[in-house]
Ligand binder design. Structure first.
Ligand code: NAD
Length: 241
């Protein structure tokens, strides 16, 4: 039988932390340390440190990884530019998987979005709509940000429009709209709309449970162990690059 991967989990009491604990056994992982708010973040003795907490934990998580040379899997979203830089600089010495979404379906959506934007070209207007539960703290979601980055690369624009209100005038063809809906217990829906004249393409992914993210994160944890230092994402893990 495969030896269980020893995992330190940060954010263990949260929704994602609990989902990871629930599937750990079936993903050949042993959660050797369950850390949450108030705990000192240390990863000694673990094969991988997995973080699903909040963005301001990026520093402590990176330091803990560097101190004990433990690879990281970071699922937390909403990092500031500075927090992201901290992770990038740690990745010069450690292998780190940083992914806004660990589901296979969403990673297929990333690929399809890139292809659709490429095929349809500049005459199609691009908008992203995401929906999440009422307790989500960051907006737009990390996944919507990744979708926006993909569209920005294709359209060669940096112009993002976060919602609209009032006399905003005609739509700028170079803007990419992002809209965040919050309510109830929605686990996570993402739609990319490519709207042209006389036709519209919509690509939608709906997550029905957190299990898919939890299994994906542990798959990434198995993958990252023993890799060379660097910043990886879920497409590396899935072999989609
Ligand atoms: P949550 O609020 O339910 O859980 C976060 C947990 O982190 C809480 O238990 C909180 O006490 C803990 N925490 C806060 N500060 C801490 C600290 N300093 N040290 C240790 N623990 C601390 O949130 P959630 O729904 O589990 O989501 C957590 C993060 O994961 C969010 O950023 C969310 O957007 C992200 N997320 C990512 C994916 C993905 O696939 N990458 C999927 C779902 C959620």
């Amino acid at each position: 039988m495969k030896k269980a991967l020893r995992v330190t989990l940060v954010g263990a009491a949260g929704r994602m932390g609990q989902a990871i604990i629930a599937v750990a056994n079936s993903e050949s992982a042993e959660i050797i340390s369950k850390l949450d708010q108030g705990d000192e973040i240390r990863s000694a003795g673990a094969d991988v440190l997995v973080d699903f907490s909040q963005p301001d934990v990026a520093n402590a998580v990176s330091e803990a990884g560097l101190k004990s040379n433990t690879p990281l899997v970071i699922g937390t979203t909403g990092h500031s530019v500075e927090q992201r830089k901290t992770i990038e600089s740690a990745s010069k010495k450690l292998p780190i998987v940083l992914a806004s979404n660990f589901s296979v379906g969403v990673n297929a959506l990333f690929w399809l979005t890139e292809e659709a934007a490429r095929i349809l070209g500049d005459s199609f207007d691009l908008e992203i709509v995401e929906m999440h539960h009422r307790l989500k703290k960051d907006a737009p979601s990390g996944t919507a940000r990744t979708l926006a980055e993909i569209l920005q690369r294709q359209r060669k624009t940096t112009q993002l429009r976060h919602g609209r209100e009032g006399m905003v005038g005609e739509r700028d063809p170079f803007e990419i709209g992002i809209h965040a809906v919050r309510g109830g217990d929605i686990v996570g829906d993402h739609t990319v709309i490519l709207a042209g004249s006389g036709e519209r393409l919509e690509l939608t992914h709906r997550a029905a449970s957190r299990e898919t993210f939890a299994r994906g994160a542990l798959r990434a944890a198995h993958w990252v162990k023993g890799k060379k230092p660097g910043l990886y994402d879920m497409r590396d893990v899935l072999g989609l690059k």
